[in-house]
Design a binder for this molecule. Structure first.
Ligand SMILES: Cc1ncc(C[n+]2csc(CCOP(=O)(O)OP(=O)(O)O)c2C)c(N)n1
Ligand SMILES: [Mg+2]
Length: 365
């Protein structure tokens, strides 16, 4: 210790007279950016596949319209956030997943993601109306729905909380070696939360099998993305964590499914997390109690007319030779399913008082 100190002082005294500038220390080598997946191509769907995408998107739309009506009638209490306009996102992405193997987690705008994962509309509607037969036994409501056997982990009311939870699900996939991937959805507003970036950092360090999906519907409650985000190109938000990002047209189910193919293959192969930004739009207010004074009717109407995801596919189906009659019958059948779900929910009993303390904790204490 003493010797080191004296040799340092000797060096200082000899260089003092010469006034030589100190040589700069060599810069540490930068960790190279990791490879990126190829640019996704639009998915080439067969007639049957495209019909199935259409059916699933229409089911979400009609279901949400009915949920809006039931809310207006006072049959749904609390908050209710509709997914109308965003249908192509959940359908395009989740159609590329394996139910039961992969996991999905999202925020409170969750009805569409559940329907896209094949969960019975009756169980979802019964949950919205607070009935015992609901998927969370009527005690979770619109924002808190789960299906553990299908790998659907909610349904979370705290903005952004699903992102670190999703990293946890991805960690479980990796740790157990079950080959699954996690899709964690969050909004443009949630993308400004600190916990999102802590999750990005750990997910990249541990190369977790997770696809972070930003559903950029342009608004966080009444605040537009440009007013709230210094960097509004949200697909770039993972770059400083070396997570590659891809921007996708979220109003085109074939573009979404194409991006999902690329993302799932990349992440499942153990290449680490990926970020997708889906550019989309919500037609309704933030929730059923939103007067939507922050945007004009014309703005909403223009998107409906030019970019509606369901209309887009309907036109493609017609080009493929699907008869208008077949599409009408499909719509009829879907309206029937949704009406049955609403009738089921209205007639189902509310949870018994004895259920007040069940399903709160995993075990009995
Ligand atoms: C931690 C937290 N902060 C604030 C809120 C209130 N809040 C509910 S939704 C929301 C906006 C989120 O917008 P975005 O992430 O874009 O999702 P979108 O509603 O558009 O799907 C806010 C601020 C909340 N629920 N949790
Ligand atoms: Mg938003």
């Amino acid at each position: 210790m003493a010797r080191a100190a004296s040799s340092r002082s000797a060096k200082t005294s000899s260089s003092r007279g010469a006034k030589q500038p100190r040589a700069a220390a060599p810069a540490p080598a930068r960790i190279p950016n990791r490879p990126r997946p190829p640019e996704p191509a639009p998915y080439e769907a067969s007639r049957e596949e495209l019909l199935e995408f259409y059916r699933e998107m229409l089911l979400i739309r009609r279901f949400e319209e009915k949920a809006g009506q039931l809310y207006g009638l006072g049959l749904i209490g609390g908050f209710c956030h509709l997914y109308i306009g965003q249908e192509a996102v959940a359908v395009g992405l989740q159609s590329a997943l394996t139910i039961g193997k992969d996991s999905v987690i999202t925020g409170y705008r969750d009805h569409g993601h559940m329907l896209a994962y094949g969960i019975d509309p009756k169980l979802i509607m019964a949950e919205l109306t607070g009935r015992q037969a609901g998927i969370s036994h009527g005690k979770g409501g619109s924002m808190h729905m789960f299906s553990v056997e299908r790998g659907f982990y909610g349904g979370h009311g705290i903005v952004g909380s699903q992102v670190p939870l999703g990293a946890g699900l991805a960690f479980k996939h990796k740790y157990s070696g079950d080959g699954g991937v996690c899709v964690a959805y969050f909004g443009d507003g949630a993308a400004n939360q600190g916990q999102v970036y802590e999750a990005f950092n750990m997910a990249e360090l541990w190369k977790l099998p997770i696809i972070f999906v930003i559903e950029n519907n342009q608004y966080a409650m009444g605040t537009s993305v440009n007013r709230a985000s210094a960097e509004d190109q949200l697909h770039l938000r993972g770059e400083s964590f070396r997570i590659p990002g891809i921007q996708v047209d979220g109003m085109d189910v074939l573009a979404v499914r194409g991006a999902a193919e690329t993302a799932v293959a990349w992440v499942r192969a153990g290449k680490g997390p990926l970020l997708l930004e889906l550019k989309t739009y919500r037609y309704r207010g933030h929730s059923m109690s939103d007067p939507a004074k922050y945007r004009s009717r014309d703005e909403v109407q223009a998107v409906r007319e030019k970019s509606d995801p369901i209309e887009h596919v309907r036109k493609k189906l017609e080009e493929m030779g699907v008869a208008e009659e077949e599409l009408k019958n499909l719509d009829k059948a879907i309206r029937r399913i949704v009406q049955d779900a609403a009738d089921f929910a209205e007639q189902a009993p509310e949870p018994d008082n004895a259920e007040l303390y069940t399903d709160v904790l995993v075990g009995q204490y």
